[in-house]
Ligand binder design. Structure first.
Ligand code: GLN
Length: 457
């Protein structure tokens, strides 16, 4: 099959079916068809690599030269970047065919993809039920598009769970790499010390192929890791005999839906059959993760989002009277409620009288959480746990209570605070809705996670 035929097929599916999911914000049909044609020429000339002519999509948080990049916000609804994110440039160089930009929570703040200025995304799973389900978030557009077979792979980002939780709720496979493994250059910032770009696709193997393109040192990102990139597909078939699996006891608590727990424990049994040894471990500060995150992430967000002032790019209010009016009305009109809430919380936590009590305290807790993982990985090779406390919930169910929404990330957030890599792998169903198994690894051990996920699939 030619890339032109393949690309046409996916574009037609998006056209016919995405009305019910809203997983794309922008579809770049003409560009995709031109890229597919160029890819076929490369193939005919014998210059094809693995990605040449393969369709995929980018989360709408990665800057794409000449193509609108909105971060799900009214603030950036008219923003057309004059440059590519490093991740985007890498896929371009590999000859992949980008079909468009996927929907997301506004500025990646959320766990349901309901806070997007471009409307909520519907999970392809659960359409047979009375009420529509969320796809998780913030990368819900990428997850839903893959689950609905509108695209075989998509990029995503994870600040507190935004790759793993939507992957789990949509029954696809996602990987959040080690902090620093994938360049953040050109990725619209939410909380810079936590943000990490990563991969989403149906299988671990496809995630490995994506990571091969995305990972690597980038001088344009000051926190990029200067380490060699292995071929992540090379070790997928290694036997798991002797793999030491740890089950963090804090992640198998009362908060977990018992049917979910059963699915996760069944998955762990499969690993035992594959030769893994399993033991209980402890992450003693796990219960502090949400509290620390919801100080640190909003603090960084409040600083990052101060650049949206209506002056240089993005939304600008109509007929500003003076500079102050320009700033206040631009921001009041351009940002949605959740973004405003985070800016308020973050500004408060960073203000002179409260800095020590909140921000500094949260940073100290963060260090303890990181140490928990360092200690755990002295005893085991990987940790396994649920990804989310329950399967895909009903749209609208958690939007009126931000704290319930924040608790969606109870099992994913500590990973970001520590900076370690983690995956979400499909592990069965509860009430006909997909459930994910989280596999957490030590720093830069993405290959081990992909190997473990691939053997399970
Ligand atoms: N749900 C978390 C939040 O709202 C994490 C989001 C993310 O990882 N981008 O901040």
């Amino acid at each position: 099959i030619s890339s032109v035929e393949l690309t046409r097929e996916f574009l037609d599916r998006i056209k016919a079916e995405d009305g019910q999911y809203n997983s794309f914000i922008t579809v770049t049909e003409d560009l995709a068809m031109a890229d597919a044609k160029a890819a076929d020429e490369q193939r005919a000339a014998g210059n094809a690599g693995v990605w040449t002519g393969i369709p995929f999509a980018h989360k709408d948080i990665f800057c794409t030269n000449g193509v609108a990049t909105t971060a799900g916000s009214k603030m950036l609804a008219n923003f057309v970047p004059p440059y590519d994110a490093t991740v985007v440039a890498n896929f371009r160089a590999a000859g992949a065919v980008c079909l468009g930009k996927t929907n997301m929570d506004e500025f990646a703040m959320g766990s349901s993809t309901e806070s997007s200025f471009f409307g909520p995304v519907t999970n392809p799973w659960g359409l047979n039920k009375d009420e529509k389900r969320v796809p998780g978030g913030s990368s819900g557009g990428s997850a839903a598009a893959i689950a609905a077979r509108l695209v075989p792979a998509a990029t995503a980002t994870d600040t507190g769970g935004s790759i793993r939780q939507p992957a789990a709720l949509c029954g696809v496979t996602g990987l959040k790499p080690t902090y620093g493994r994938v360049s953040r250059y050109g990725m619209i910032a939410f909380a810079s010390s936590l943000d990490q770009g990563g991969t989403m696709a149906r299988t671990a193997e496809d995630n490995a192929l994506m990571l091969n393109v995305m990972a690597g040192f980038d001088p344009k990102d000051s926190t990029s890791a200067n380490r060699t990139v292995p071929d992540y597909t090379a070790t997928l078939n290694q036997p798991l005999k002797g793999l030491r699996v740890g089950l963090p006891k804090e992640y198998f608590s009362d908060q977990l839906n018992p049917a979910m727990e059963q699915q996760v424990r069944n998955a762990v049994k499969e690993y035992e059959k594959l030769g893994a040894t399993v033991k209980e471990v402890s992450l003693p500060h796990a219960e502090l993760a949400i509290a620390a995150y919801y100080v640190i992430a909003p603090a960084e967000a409040s600083a990052n989002l101060s650049r949206f002032d209506g002056v240089r790019y993005g939304y600008r209010c109509d007929k500003p009277q003076d500079l102050n009016d320009l700033y206040t009305r631009t921001r009041a009109e351009g940002f949605g409620n959740e973004v405003k809430r985070r800016i308020l919380v973050g500004t408060y936590a960073l203000s002179a009288g409260y800095f020590d009590a909140y921000y500094l305290k949260a940073q100290k807790v963060r260090r303890l959480i990181q140490q928990d993982f360092i200690d755990a990985f002295k005893e085991v090779d990987v940790l396994m746990s649920p990804v989310s406390p329950s399967p895909a919930f009903v749209q609208g169910e958690k939007t009126s209570d931000p704290v319930t929404m924040y608790l969606e990330d109870i099992f994913t957030i500590a990973v970001n605070l520590a900076g370690v890599p983690a995956m979400s792998v499909p592990a069965g169903f509860v009430d006909g809705l997909p459930v994910g198994l989280q596999i957490i690894g030590n720093y830069f051990e993405e290959a081990r996670l992909l190997n473990a996920a691939h053997q399970f699939q």
